[in-house]
Structures are given as structure tokens and as C-alpha cells.
Design a protein around this ligand. Sequence first.
Ligand SMILES: Cc1ncc(C[n+]2csc(CCOP(=O)(O)OP(=O)(O)O)c2C)c(N)n1
Ligand SMILES: [Mg+2]
Length: 788
Amino acid sequence: MNDPAALAAPASPVPGVSTETFACLKVLERKILWLSTWMIHHANHIRPNRDGLKVGGHQASSASLVTLMTALYFHELRANDRIAVKPHASPVYHAIQYLLGRQTLDQLENFRALGGAQSYPSRTKDNDEVDFSTGSVGLGVAGTLFASLIQDYLDARQMLPADLSPGRMVALLGDAELDEGNVFEAMLEGWKHDARNLWWIVDYNRQSLDSTVSDRLFGRFDDIFQTTGWNVVILKYGKRLHDAFAKTGGDALLRWIDDCPNSLYSALTYKGGPGWREHLQTDLGRTAGIKALLDEHDDVSLHTLMTDLAGHDLTSVLEGFAAAQAEQPTCFIAYTVKGRGLPFAGHKDNHAGLMTEVQMEEFRAAFAIGEGREWDRFEGLDIAENRLQAFIDAAPFTKGGPRHRTAHAISVPSLAAPQAAKMATQEAFGRIMNELGRGGSDLAARVVTASPDVTVSTNLGAWVNQRGIFDRITRNDVFAEENVLSPLKWSMSDAGQHFEFGIAEHNLFLFLGAAGLSAPLFGERLFPVGTLYDPFIMRGLDALNYACYQDARFMVVATPSGLTLAPEGGAHQSIATPLIGMGIDKLESFEPAYVDELAAIMEWGFGHMQADGGGSVYLRLSTRTIDQPERDYPAIADDVLAGAYWQVAPGSGAPLAIAYAGTVAPEAVAAHGQILEDIPGAGLLAVPSADRLHRNWRTPGPAPAHAVRLLSRLAPGASLVTVIDGSPSALSWLGSVAGHRVYSLGVDHFGQSGAVPDLYREYGLDTDAIVDACARACFAARGLAAVA
Ligand SMILES: Cc1ncc(C[n+]2csc(CCOP(=O)(O)OP(=O)(O)O)c2C)c(N)n1
Ligand SMILES: [Mg+2]
């Protein structure tokens, strides 16, 4: 017998979706459009504005995603899914979390204000458990791909917590984000690694910031995604339009709208019914059926019909989502209207457009929102409060543990420095990793390495031999099978601990970002270590910055660096990277000269990568083999981590010291030896971390800064000669610590091919140049003294 209640309600148009669900989603869609639009309006027009600057926010970009995000968060998403939201749809995200009871009114009222909801979703600054920060377009999108690889990696090891089965990594992206090349670089890597559990939903409103986007792009997207193994689901026209296409003249209407250039479609969307009518009459007036279609629609309903795109048609959206499979990455291209439902819908200049107060009053009336009740969750809705609340409470998205997870600490074994009279820091890094790989520590089991095609040339080969290369699909080492001798084992399996990537440094940093979030995203800690050549940090810089912005935890080992990549020439020599290391927040950068320093820094680094308030670590290393000191390392251990130590302590009140960082140690030591006769008591300061030394100096504290403690041993008018194989400004600030005059040596101009001694002479870093600078310092000091 039929259930009478079921008979009373209109059936849901979507198979598998209940009538109740559909009805509640329709109501929520409306509410979310209101709340997100109001949030921006409130920030710009209601909240007191103290500086006269526009607060901003993106009403049009938000409106474009309302239907898709409603369907996702209140129906499709599960607690184990992780989502990167299009940056400028932040108000939609926060409105949804507010409705779900996971965001406060105070935060919404302070959208874009200090301490309020962030303009772009932020893992660290927002309080409603953002999964992936977004803002720099394209990065969050690609970040989800690497997160899916990490999820597979953990799953292969049965490391996912019991309450966290593999979920989907979902990105909601603007169509113009697909102009960012990093998205396509990531797709190639995803294809090579058989990425799965991945959904990208393109908000295809055919508008970017400046204008409408090229018509020719669409065909290409489809191809590119399919070529790289994606299932492409095109959500183009809504049910209303499909019905119209089925009638007489429908074929012509479909052709017309299919062929309609993006710019014209957008302009007509803005103009509304009369605009559509005029163009359809002109172009299709003589086609059978079109006159009837135009006659049976007034301007409002004609506009509704012509803008009935699937991205705003709940039925099409729900059906599209239901058809996707987890094993294949799926890209939904959802046609939408930028600013849908708002007065500037479709206008090419609407990106930063804000509704006026008058427009907002009309909008409020249309949404039946009473004055003073703008933030009320149930105001203006045609549904009983308890019914909607029950639906919200049942949202599967919220049925799980915390989204931001914690993971227990892992003990770090002591990492011994390799013993050798001469060694380069890069080689030492390889040996330390090899030893770690040979051992059975918990840390070693959780280290995951990656390199963009420079695994071997950055000395990670021995580690890879120990631990293997990761791939979900086992791939044998063909060279080994064919008995072709090679020192490297190159087989792949899901037990491997190294990710071998193609030459795309951006991908390396996106990967380190995702792997470095494995603890908060998936509840299990990994220790990602990535290697690349130091100059190519620049190639992935925004992704490195983004990884730190998200508070991902990783170790990046950049080697070789500076002029020491000598015969490779200027394109392979880095200059500015020490400044990058100093300038990026949540990244501790080190440039050790000696291998005992390196081992201690790495040991400390693995602790810092899991510490509350910790961060990531950047090691700037070199292939240059240098003499290693025999010394009592524990005596300097703390100073090394604090950023600097006296390699040769100055005499009390000494008039000069040489301060150096990294691989120029031999020149600094030799120069120091040469000047001692003329400048007795001169000091030699080693600076393994200008970054930490500088930050500590700038951070007020009860005790004098480490740099102050060190440099106050020199005479008040003393000189400092600083040397680094990189930008001299990384060390020249040392003069301000205690008012010393600085003579800074470093690399100011792009490099060229050559041997290290020749290049050091050419660029003024050799022993003679340092001695010369010391002499100049002394003359100047004497001159000043004479004048005084
Ligand atoms: C790397 C980067 N460059 C530039 C911007 C500035 N910007 C913000 S949104 C946007 C255009 C976005 O268009 P689309 O992705 O299609 O989103 P829509 O607003 O149309 O939904 C630009 C250029 C940015 N956020 N990030
Ligand atoms: Mg767009």
C-alpha cells in the first residue's frame, strides 16, 4: 500500500534524493545566497569604517557557487572529505558553517576585519575548520591532488585512523584558476601517480576578474582533463532549458545558446528578458516554434529560462554528483552565472562589484528579511524551523570526528654526523638520510621524501635504495631485471617512501604542503623531506610560501647553492634564496658550513616539524667539499641552533670580526688566519642561521638577544666583515646589532660558469677579498679615530 504522506508531498525530481532533502536544500540555497551577500554588504556598508578604505568581498563570485556549495555541504560531502574552496567564495563557506552551527555570528559580522572571518578561507586564522587555505588562485586546487596522493600513501600503510576511511579531496575552483599553469603541472603528476578520490568542481561562469574569458577555452579543458585520465562531467543546461530544447524549435535554440559567445551571453544575462527577446527574435524569429516560445514567456520567465544553467539547477547538480566514481578523478564543469540572482549578474565588471544600499533593500524585500533579523538563520524561509533544523543536524558532513586532527609526537633518534676530514654538506645530508633509512626508528618509518627529478643529484639515492619509491602500482626495476648494473634501485611499490616527481618544483612544494599537513588532515604524522637545487626554489616559490602559510610541516633541502654550482653557470647559481629563507614566516632557514652542524640541525628540525608553534625547515647546502673541524661540538650546539657561534672568539674589545655563513668557511678561516697578526684578537663568527639569529634579535624578550650577546664582545667602534655565497644583505644587518660598521661581501650580480676559486675571486668572496675588506675596515677606523 502507498504511504499517504509520501503521496501528499511532490516527488523529488532526483532519484535517490528524498522529497524532504530536496525541499530543504532549496530553502538553504536561498538562505546561503542571502547570508553571503549580506555578510559582504554588512562589512562594507553597515559596520563602522574607520579608514575610509573599501572593505571588499565578492558578492558576484560568491553567488556563482551558492547552489553547488549548498548541494555539497548539506548533502554530498562526508566527514572524511577534505575541501579547498574557491578563495572569493569565502562568504559562502562561512555562511554554510554558520548554518551548520560551526561558525559564530561574531565572526560573520567581522568578515574581513581583524579577528573576524577571513577574506579567503584560512586553515590557521579561521575558526571553522577550513581544510585547505586558499587565496593565491590555482594552489588550493592542485593542493587537493597532492593530498589525495598522501591519503593513498597513508592508506597503503594502514595508517589512516580507524574512524577515517579514505574520503574525497574536493576543490571548488573558478574557471579562471585554470589559467594557472601549476594546475596542469599537477594534473600530469596526478596522472603518473594514478590519483583518485579527487573531485574538482569548476565554477564555469566564463568570467575572470577583468572580463569574460575566451570562448575557445572550454573545448580544451575537456580534452586536457580526459587526456590526463579524468572523468569529465559537464553540467551545462538546467532542466527548464532541457525541456525547451525538447520542443519544436528546441534544436535551433540549443544551437543558438551553444554558439552564443561568452561575452554576449554574459551581457544578455545582465540586460534580462528584453535583451534575450530582441536577440532571439532577430536570430531565430523565423524558426518554427521560437515565436511560440517567446510568446509564452514574459520577460522575467524568458530570462529565467535563458539563464537556467545546470550549476544553478539543484536537480542537475545532485544528479551529476551522484554519477561520479571514486576510483577515477572527476572534473565537473558546472556552468554558472557570476552574480546569479544579484542585480549585476553577468556584467563583465562585477568581480569587485558591491550592491548599493538601495539594491540591498530590494533584495531584502525579495528574501522577506525583516529589519534587524538579517542574521537570523530561519528568517524569511517558507519552512518550519524545527524541520529545517532537523535536516541541518543530519548533514553527513558533520558526522565524524574533528576535521582538524592531532597526532602524537614521534621521538627523534640522535642523528650522528658522518666522520670525515673533508666533506660537503650535501654529501653529509645523503649519509645522514642513509643512516636513518638503515635504522628501524619510528621517525624513519614516517619520513617521506620527494624530489623533482633530482633525487640522485641531491644525494637522496642511498635513502631511496633503503626505502624504495612509492607507487600504488608495483613497477619493477627493469634495469635490475636485465642485469644492467646501477648503484640505484629503481623499483616502485606501495611500500616505498620516496615520491619521484617530474621536473616541476611547484609540484614539489605543493606535495610538501600536503604531506606536511598529514597530521591535521588525516590524523597521522609524516615527516616530508624534499630536495631540489637551491636556485629552483624560485620556480616553486608561491607554493613554498603557500605551504608555510597553511602551517604545513616539512624539511626542504636545497642543494647545491650559490656560486658553488660553479661550472653550471649563472642560471644554476642562487643569490636571493638566503633572503627568501629569512623572509618566509614559519620557515627556519639554515646554511651550515660543517657536517656536525648539519646533523644537529636536522635532528632539531624533525622535532621542530612536530612542535606546537613549530614550523618547517629549509637547509641551504652545497656540493663543495671542505675541511671539517675536530671540535667539542656540544660546547657550541645551542649557539648553532640559535644561529651563530664564535668559531674563534674575539679578544675582549676586539676591533674587528669576520662573520660568515655556509660554504665560504674556508675563505673566512684563511682570511682570519692572515689578519690575526695585524689585528690581534679579531674574531671569527660562524652564522649557520642568519634567519634565526635575526628573528631572535628582533623579538623582544627579557634576556639580551643572542646576536647582542655575541657581538657585544667586540669594541663599540669595531668593524664587521660579513661573507656569504648569496645576497650580502642576509648578513649586513649584523652591523645594527651593536652599532658596528659593516663591510659586507656577497654576490650582487648574476653568476657565470667557472671553477669555484675563479668565481669567488671574480665576485669578491675569496680570501684576498676578505682580507682586503678587513684592511679597508682598519684604515677607515684609523681615519675616523684621527678625525676624532
Ligand atoms: C595567483 C593570483 N593571481 C591573481 C589573483 C587575483 N584574482 C582574484 S580572483 C581572480 C579572477 C578569478 O576568476 P575566477 O577564478 O573565474 O573566479 P570567479 O570570480 O569568476 O568565480 C583574480 C585574477 C589571485 N587571487 N591569485
Ligand atoms: Mg570565473
